[in-house]
Design a protein around this ligand. Sequence first.
Ligand code: N01
Length: 540
Amino acid sequence: MSLSGQKTTNLDAVVVGAGFSGLYMLYRLREAGFSTRVYEAGGDVGGVWYWNRYPGARCDSDSVHYCYTFSDELLQEWTWSSRYPEQPEILRYLNFVADKFNLRPDIQFNTRVKSAHYDEESSRWQIETEDGARVSAKYFITGVGCISTANIPKVKGLETFQGQWYHTGRWPHEKVDFTGKRVGVVGTGSSGVQSIPVIAQQAGHLTVFQRTPQYTVPARNHPYDPEFVEKTKANYPEIKQQLRESFGGLLVDSQEKSALEDTPEQRDRVYEAAWEKGGFGFAFSYTDLTLDEEANKTAADFVRAKIREIVKDPETVEKLSPTYYYGTKRPILDTNYYETYNRDNVSLVDVRKTPIVEITPTGLRTTEGEYELDVLVFATGYDGMTGTLFNIDIRSKDGVPLKEKWADGAETRTYLGIATAGFPNLFMITGPESPSVLSNMPVSIEQHVEWISDCIEYLRDHGIETIEPKVEAEEAWSRHCREVADATLYVKTDSWYTGANIAGKARRFPIYLGGVGPYRHICDEVAAKGYEGFSLSMCN
Ligand code: N01
C-alpha cells in the first residue's frame, strides 16, 4: 500500500532513516498492512553508504554476508563483484533493493526529523520535521545508524582555512581531485586507514596527523570467482542460519581455545594464516583476545612485529606502533596501509606528542610547526551510539527528553537495546545496549526489524494500544549489559565505543557483548513469553 496521494497526518508508523534499517523496516511494516512513512535527511537511499563517499570507502565484512537475507529472490538476483566491494557498489545494491520492493513512494528524502513527542492522551507520537511539517504516528521507529553524526574537531581557525576541507562521513558527490596537492588527513580509524593509501597515490604530498596508532590487518580483497558465488547462492539457507547463530554475525575461522593454550610457534602459525587470509578472522583467532591481557598481548605483539617488517623508517615504525589492547577499538582492515608510509610523498605526524594548535588560512599548525596544505580531510569519526538519537528532540510521555533520561551518569538506558521506559511505542533499530556495531550490521538490523515488526503485529492482533519496558526489566538489562562488558578489555580503552572521543561525553560501554546468536534467543524468548518485561496496555 503506497501512501502517495493519501493524507499523511495520521500514520501507523514513522521510521527515521533510509539505510539498511529503514528500508527493511518499511518493507516489513508495509507488507503487514501498516501505513508507514520513512523520513530521510539525505537525498536518496543508502544511509552511511549514501554519505561515506570518501576515497577507498568499502565494507569490511564479506559482501556475501553483508547484505539482506530476508528475500530468497533478492539473494539470487544480486551478485557481489568482490569480497569487499567499494561504496558505489553497496549503494547500487541498496538502490536495487529500494526499486525491487518499490520502497521510494513511502520515503520522504531531504527531510530531517526535528522532534518526536509522545502524547499520552491520544497514545500517539507527534512528529515534526525541520521544514515544519507535522505528522502523527502510533509507532516511532529510529533507524538512524550508530555512527552518523560527524565529529568535526573544534579546532581554532578552521573557518579561516583557504583550501578545501572535508569530513569522510560527509563526502561531496563530485570527485575530489587530490592530484599534485598538499593534503592533510587527521585521524587514523577505519575511515583514515581506508582513505590514506588511496589519497597517497594521487596527492603531491600527504601528511597524516595521527593521535593514536592503530592495529590493522590486511583485508585481502579480491574479485569473487563465479563458482564461489554460485555455491554461496545455493547454500544461502544454511549460511543465513549460521550467521544468525554466530557470535558476531560473521562466519570466520576461529579456534575455540585460549591463545595461551598454544605454544608461541603454534600461535605464530595461527596468526600468520589469519594475516594471509585477511579479514576479521585475525580478531577471532582465539576466544580470549579481548578478555585476557596476556592473550591480547600475543596478537598485539604479532601486529607490531608486522609493522616493523613492513615499514622501513624506524622512527615511523615507532610512531605507528599501537600500545592499547588489540581489538578494543574497532578492528580495522586495510589495503596497503602500513606500506603507504614507505612512500616518499607521505609523512606521519604524531599529534599526541605535538598536538594540533590551530588551522591557519594556509594549513595546520601543531606545537612543533606549521604544515602547509591545500586540502584537509577530517577522518575524525562520529558522536557514536547516542549522538544522532540526541539530535532529535525525542520526549517521553512525561515530557522528559531522551537526552535527559540518558544524561551523563545514568546507569539505566534501554531494555534489550530496542526500547526505553517512559517512551511507549518507541523502537530503536540497533539501539544502545544491543550488539549493533560489534556485529555484522545487516544481520543485527534484520533481527531487530523482524522482532519489531512481529511485535507491532502482535499488538494489533491482540488489541494492545501501547508497549513500554518495565523499569525493573530495563534496570536488569542495563546491568547485564554492563557486567558482560566489564568482564572484557573493551572497557579499559578510550574509544568511540566508550564515548571518549567526544569532549564531555560520559564514559560508558553501550554495546551488548553477549553475542548475536545468544542475544537473538533472549529477544525471541521475551516475545514468546508475551513480551515479558514490557507493560502492555489494551485499547479502550
Ligand atoms: O572514526 P574513528 P572512523 N585530533 O572514531 C582521530 C565504522 N566504519 O570514521 O583514536 C586528532 O574510528 C581519532 O584519534 P583517537 C567503523 O565502525 C566502518 O575512522 O581518538 N585526531 C581516530 O584516529 C569505525 O570504527 C568502515 O586518539 C582526532 C580518528 O580520528 C567507525 O565507523 C569504514 C581528533 C577517528 O577514528 C568510525 O570510524 C569506516 C582530534 N581532535 C568507518 N578527533 C567499514 O565498513 C578524532 N581523532 C570498513
